[in-house]
Design a protein around this ligand. Structure first.
Ligand code: PNS
Length: 163
């Protein structure tokens, strides 16, 4: 009998920092795939608040109880990372129509680079729809309460970093 192929997905991003919205998407992806590699971009193109080691550590802690999930850092093109992991799916969270332009462009470019890897858009639950790492950093910067948006260990580091 032919052995069943494992369904492997990657979930790339800068995760600066990880939010409950990201965790929600990872939980959904872990139900859909046998293995999900959360891929933390080392070079994001933006100047991150948290360095890659900090973002990696946050994500590992945030996902340690979700089975089938592994967190790794990547450099260079995401399609190369996906190929190395034998992934056929790339997860991206999509919240609003405003996300779509950028996500659509990226999905098409990635598909041109590697036709065997398909982007799968996952919607966060209603509770997390409006969360973004950018907004959370802004709220924290001005002393707002971000405990509803990020795990406690991220919240305390945010406060320290921005104080
Ligand atoms: O969370 P972000 O910042 O929207 O994530 C974007 C990310 C890191 C997934 C994207 O910039 C990326 O894949 N970078 C790696 C370089 C690459 O492959 N670029 C081509 C994408 S079409």
């Amino acid at each position: 009998m032919k052995s069943l192929q494992k369904r492997i997905a990657i979930y790339p991003g800068s995760f600066d920092p990880v939010t409950f919205g990201h965790i929600d998407i990872i939980r959904t992806a872990a139900k859909m795939f046998d293995k999900v590699y959360v891929a933390i971009a080392n070079n994001t193109g933006k100047k991150p608040l948290f360095n890659s080691q900090e973002r990696l550590a946050f994500m590992k802690q945030a996902t340690k109880s979700i089975s089938g999930v592994k967190v790794e850092m990547f450099n260079g093109l995401i399609v190369n990372f996906a190929r190395k992991k034998s992934a056929r799916a790339m997860i991206r969270g999509i919240r609003a129509v405003s996300d779509f332009d950028y996500e659509f462009q990226m999905a098409l470019a990635n598909q041109k680079l590697e036709g065997e890897i398909h982007t799968v858009f996952v919607m966060p639950s209603e509770d997390h729809f409006y969360i973004s790492s950018r907004l959370i950093k802004e709220i924290a910067q001005f002393g707002g309460d971000v405990s509803r948006f990020v795990p406690p260990f991220v919240e305390s580091k945010l406060r320290k970093k921005l104080s």
